[in-house]
Ligand binder design. Structure first.
Ligand code: ADP
Ligand code: GN1
Ligand code: MG
Length: 359
């Protein structure tokens, strides 16, 4: 994390106290307040990833207002079930430094945590319910009011092209060391257009989706174990429900870390697959189209593949997108994703049976 004058930045918001680095996200710089009550989360929006941070914030202001309304209607707690922005003294939802860095502040959600791996299978079932509920609460949000914060974010055909460009450029001179991974990626080209084609032919509808439903983007309540709040709303955009379902399984069914070096620990745990599928289907099977249901197992594999090729492309580009802590970090991440893809390919029929069981 670069050094910012946090004292001065915090001074722009309606709070007191300092803050220290927090969380394990790959994109934004996150800080937690030290000692004040209530606590807050301060974030610098990554403006290399989000070219128009003001669009991100406009989306978040609208989406959280919509969610708040729904939560109140349902008799829920809007302070814990959605993110709450803290405004600056000037009444703005974010602060732009003279150098052009965008900072925002959220109320800290107390009594809940995010996890890097699923520790209790029932938590994953609860997470599925919460992601599905999030989806339902946004079903009547006017999609045309949302900015596309990262164009073609889950268009896997575009991601495939980006990988091919990264291979061609070989900007970091690493191509020779990743021949096996490149071969694995290119051999699966036939898969990349399946979901975009289904969206184009209308069999899979566009919905307002989260698009980054990894397990550490949901707060699990310490007492009840329920998925209390969906966070990290930077990529809420029109998309497919398959992106949210698939990405959750990509991250959550792996009992090892996303950057685990020992690949023997990395696989798709079908019990966890079942927990999540059960929760998601219970909430959403009545609104899903037949094609969506049919593509659920495939989407887990495709979202995992897509993430793998993004890590690989970033490794080839010289690590310009995801935060890294070691030189081979993106390659290690790519390898776990490809190991999972291979395992999901082998388990496809079992995954289909699980989906059928809850339909
Ligand atoms: P990134 O986009 O970098 O992933 P996130 O918005 O997911 O950033 O935040 C990183 C981490 O900070 C989360 O995984 C979570 O642990 C914590 N976090 C973010 N917002 C809150 C909040 N409002 N309350 C409590 N913890 C939070
Ligand atoms: C990033 O921001 P974070 O860490 O929740 C990324 C996702 C990837 C994920 C891989 C905006 O998510 O798309 O799937 O890393 N977010 C963005 O762990 O690119
Ligand atoms: Mg996150």
């Amino acid at each position: 994390m670069a050094d910012y004058n946090l004292k001065e930045i915090i001074g722009k918001f309606d709070v007191t106290d300092g803050a220290t680095p927090y969380g394990k996200g790959h994109i934004n710089d996150t800080y937690l307040s030290n000692a004040c009550d209530p606590r807050f989360i301060l974030q610098r929006i990554n403006n290399n990833v989000f070219k128009r941070p003001q669009d991100v914030m406009e989306n978040i202001v609208r989406v959280t207002a919509h969610l708040k309304k729904k939560i109140i209607e349902e008799g829920g707690d809007p302070k814990r079930e959605t993110l709450n922005l803290i405004k600056t003294y000037e009444g703005e939802p974010y602060y732009v430094t003279p150098k052009g860095d965008y900072f925002r502040m959220y109320e800290f959600i107390e009594g809940a945590q995010t996890y890097e791996i699923v520790e209790e299978p029932v938590h994953f079932y609860n997470a599925a319910k919460a992601f599905a509920k999030f989806q339902k609460r946004l079903a009547d949000f006017p999609a045309e009011k949302l900015h596309e914060t990262i164009p073609s974010f889950h268009d896997t055909t575009v991601r495939f092209q980006q990988l091919k460009e990264a291979i061609k450029k070989n900007a970091a001179g690493r191509l020779d060391s990743v021949k096996e991974e490149v071969e694995f990626a290119l051999a699966r080209e036939k898969d990349v257009s399946v979901i975009v084609d289904a969206i184009a032919d209308g069999s899979v509808p566009l919905r307002v989706t989260h698009n980054d439903t990894k397990y550490n983007n949901i707060m699990i309540d310490d007492e009840t174990g329920l998925g209390i709040c969906v966070i990290d709303l930077d990529t809420v955009m029109p998309g497919s429900l398959l992106y949210d379902y698939g990405d959750s399984l990509r991250f959550g069914t792996n009992p090892a870390d996303e950057d685990e070096k020992d690949l023997s620990k990395v696989y798709c745990d079908l019990n966890l697959f079942e927990q999540f599928t059960k929760g998601y289907m219970e909430e959403l099977k009545d609104v899903m189209t037949e094609r969506e249901k049919e593509l659920l197992p495939f989407s887990a594999k495709l979202m995992t593949y897509e993430c793998g090729i993004r890590f690989l492309a970033d490794y080839l580009d010289g690590d310009t997108y995801f935060k890294i802590k070691r030189p081979e970090h993106n390659l290690d991440r790519c390898r776990t994703q490809f190991k999972l893809v291979k395992d999901m390919e082998e388990k496809e029929n079992l995954m289909k049976e699980i989906v059928k069981k809850y339909d």
